[in-house]
Design a protein. Structure first.
Length: 219
């Protein structure tokens, strides 16, 4: 004969079943978090690259800049920062996606191809514009703003597809920054992309942990 208190110890009691289900849900949440890319890390990496890189480009082109840096040095440092960000992103996503199979893995590959095709097409368009005789100052304006257009559209589309408000907001912010940079001209465009574009990435990186905690996801 069991008492009411003993029911909690029985395998088929409501309390035991609830405990098992809660444990399974915690395990599922931790497994999903382990397979989910660390968006905060990626946003912070690209935010640092954009903020410093575009900032140096602005300093190199602004006649009254207190930072003495040549355009060649600024461009080289910016290129290294972008290359480092690409490596960090590729290694991190490679390790994360290695545990995925089926539809998730296929979606990840297609998204990767979308980025490659987007920037490959943009680089081709810029090369064509240069061969057609586009002014060098115009090309200086189109490179950062056009890149921002590609990045912003991809983030907006991906955020809308996955109902990710942070990613959608980041993409929208980059699009607005690119538009404002185009109106600012050269060298103002570099300052806008450094502060608003790079700053948008850093803001998204800071927001991600807050959003994860509110959603109850381990991060």
């Amino acid at each position: 004969m069991t008492t009411e208190g003993d029911d909690r110890l029985l395998p088929n009691s409501p309390a035991a079943v609830a405990g098992i289900l809660a444990g399974l849900e915690r395990d599922r949440a931790h497994a999903a978090a382990a397979l989910e890319p660390d968006a905060g890390l990626l946003y912070a990496t690209w935010g640092a690259a954009w903020s410093v890189g575009f900032g140096l480009m602005f300093a190199a082109r602004w006649p009254s800049s207190p930072i003495a840096v040549s355009l060649g040095v600024a461009g080289a440092v910016f290129g290294l920062l972008l290359a480092a960000a690409v490596v960090v992103t590729a290694v991190h996503l490679g390790r994360t996606m290695s545990g995925l199979r089926g539809q998730s893995s296929s979606a990840g590959r297609m998204l990767g191809w979308a980025w490659l095709l987007g920037f490959g097409t943009f680089a081709t368009l810029m090369a064509g514009a240069g061969r057609a005789g586009a002014d060098e100052r115009l090309l200086d304006l189109l490179w950062p703003t056009g890149s921002g257009l590609v990045v912003g559209l991809l983030y907006v589309a991906t955020g809308a597809m996955w109902s990710d408000r942070v990613q959608f907001g980041l993409g929208a912010g980059i699009l607005l920054s690119s538009g404002a940079g185009a109106l600012a001209g050269v060298p103002g465009v570099y300052l806008v992309m450094s502060v608003a574009g790079g700053g948008g990435f850093l803001l998204a990186a800071a927001v991600i942990p807050v959003v994860s905690r509110r959603a109850g996801r381990p991060r």
